[in-house]
Design a protein around this ligand. Structure first.
Ligand code: IPD
Ligand code: CA
Ligand code: CA
Ligand code: CA
Length: 278
């Protein structure tokens, strides 16, 4: 499929990935944001500048929602998705900052192009592994390795929770909210094959799309954490819901993602955890 916007997004993600790798192997600064555990590095900012420059130089008429610089473009009020007829790029220049800051090699660049309906293309690039996960609405999802076209992605279809490898995450707000995910985590751990907390929501979703993970859930996510990953899951045959089972759309802060066989089972366990929580 030839799509100039997709080629642009992949090029921007690769350029930002190269910036991340240079910082990761060299020197970078670390600061805190909303709390002592919410980190930002000079690499987050440098990668975001590279993505914005690459996209803006081709599409000065689009708007941009990027984690470190917020919303820019012609829309004066904050809405996650653009208005009818408009296009908006949603960018997480470094998803997995805590990993990055500790030298733990699991992080990515996430870029989505959205219209008023939702994400129309998504690119998640892991510069450490040279893997680029790509999805285009209505055209499926695929994994490219070292810039070579790769295989189509499809979610897994386990029949039982006990067979499942599941990912989750714990947000920076966990100390200040009831939705700290601990009740859900304790409920799920003994019922599945294993749980992973790898530290990048975007890669968690990309791995669900690739069938490497059977499911994923998390609270308190931001649009840039999930915009590209949600499209990848959807285009790989998976489903997304809110934790109470309601339909999920970009802007919802909680998400459960899995293939069609596992999603209702996982949702049932997460619901049971909430009912039982003190
Ligand atoms: C974080 C990661 C992490 C998730 C957090 C996100 P960041 O994004 O995706 O896995 O648990 O909720 O905020 O700050 O590294 O871009
Ligand atoms: Ca993120
Ligand atoms: Ca980030
Ligand atoms: Ca962050």
């Amino acid at each position: 499929m030839h799509d100039p916007e997709l080629a642009l997004a992949i090029a921007a993600a690769h350029a930002a990935g190269a910036v991340l790798l240079r910082h990761f192997e060299g020197v970078f600064e670390v600061e805190t944001k909303s709390s002592p555990i919410d980190l930002v590095t000079s690499a987050d900012r440098a990668a975001e500048a590279v993505v914005l420059e690459a996209l803006r130089s081709v599409h000065p008429d689009h708007s941009f929602l990027a984690e470190e610089s917020g919303l820019s473009g012609h829309d004066p009020k904050y809405t996650v998705l653009p208005g009818p007829g408009e296009l908006r790029w949603i960018i997480d220049p470094l998803d997995g900052t805590t990993n990055f800051a500790h030298g733990f090699p699991h992080f990515c660049v996430s870029i989505a192009l959205c219209d008023a309906v939702g994400p129309r293309l998504g690119v998640i690039h892991d510069p450490i592994r040279g893997e680029t996960f790509v999805a285009v609405r209505g055209h499926g999802a695929r994994l490219e390795r070292n810039a070579r076209p790769g295989r189509a992605l499809a979610v897994s279809r386990p029949e039982r929770l006990q067979q499942a490898l599941i990912a989750t995450g714990f947000s920076y707000q966990r100390a200040t909210t009831r939705d700290d995910n601990l009740a859900e985590f304790c409920r799920v751990v003994p019922r599945v094959c294993c749980v992973r907390r790898a530290g990048s929501a975007a890669l968690d979703l990309a791995y669900v799309a690739a069938g490497r993970l059977d499911g994923y859930w998390e609270y308190h996510l931001q649009p840039w954490d999930v915009a590209a990953g949600a499209l990848l899951v959807h285009e790989a045959g998976g489903q997304l819901r809110r934790l109470d089972g309601a339909p999920w759309q970009l802007g919802c802060a909680d998400v459960v993602a899995a293939g069609p066989t596992l999603l209702p089972i996982l949702l049932g366990e997460l619901r049971a955890a909430r009912i039982e929580a003190p």
